[in-house]
Design a protein around this ligand. Sequence first.
Ligand code: LCS
Length: 390
Amino acid sequence: MQGKSGIRTRAVHAGESPDPATGALATPIYQTATFAYPSVEQAAARFAHREPGYVYTRYGNPTNAAFEAKLAELEGAEAALAVASGMAAVTTAILASVKAGDHVVAGRSLYSSTQTFLSGRARDFGIEVTFVDPSDPQNFKDAVRPHTRLFYIETPGNPTLQITPLAAVSDIAREAGIRTLADNTFATPINQRPRAFGIDAVIHSATKYLGGHGDLLGGVIAGSREFIDRVWPVHIELGAVLSPFHAFLITRGMQTLPLRIAAHNQNALAIARFLENHPLVARVTYPGLPSHPQHATAIRQMTGFGGVICFEVADAEKGRRVMNAVRLCTLTVSLGDTKTLICHPASMTHAHVASDLRLTAGISDGLIRLSVGIEDPEDLMEDLDQALRD
Ligand code: LCS
């Protein structure tokens, strides 16, 4: 697949071609644990990477390889590695980047399990972590120590939608010889390609927009060939392998990624404007609104602003009432589905994050997160309006 092709062409075709054995046009699900070797000599050559060929699904699988190639193509990366979940991508990529005694600078607005991994288990393993307000690149620069090895970025951040200026942060990192890793789950490569702004490696929870239909868990890490070669042995040992069936579903979902993301972008912008003008809504946060504090940065690095909106109602009690009153929106965690999902981070996704950390990260008790789906926007507005007036 040529890089010159349009994004929709690449989303459909990259990483996939008719099965050489049968001509099957859809990528087959190679639902197998292992692969038979033609001879012991060839087995030895495959294990030693002297010859291409599959050996065991934890080491690689052709269905997973189709997903890896498609994602690498869309992210503008040399290589990618599929893993079992977004958290497998986060932890495997971080553990491949740092060891005991190293220091990480991370943005403060992170998915809760990433936050607890960095502030808990990573520290237990002797990895030092400093959390900074990621909207100002100077904060990353000021936090650098002689043993800093990684800048960890999530932009837009979950759930506050804080934006990290990718180019400025990657410039600081490059000067200091520090690796940069960005979680691009919220934006997807359709709205933002961090590597075009100098970021070294990208991760995704494929559970969200890549799969897109809320029916699987998956993850992926993409970057230079050298970085993926470094991540691969860590993945072999940690063993969070993506099921080939899930890889099939993600690859299938990604064929419509540009179409779905266009619909998510359009719906979310319309609903963000509607909520901003609603008398019962105190505040709306959406990177596509001029009222977003980093709107200018978002415009510089994103071509669309995604499907997630945060808004605040009068207080936590009103928030709970709104969520219990919605009919079309579904009260649940996760995001990136065709269906609109609504959640209350303080009592759900971020309930296990210490309240001071939660508040510093901008997650107030009254914050509601909306993952806008691809339904008709008028229907969603009607549902939100009746719930707000309940
Ligand atoms: N990165 C981001 C930005 C996420 O939002 C999530 C999950 C993950 C990584 C982890 O992905 P997983 O292991 O679940 O595939 N975010 C969730 C959320 O906001 N609600 O439920 C899960």
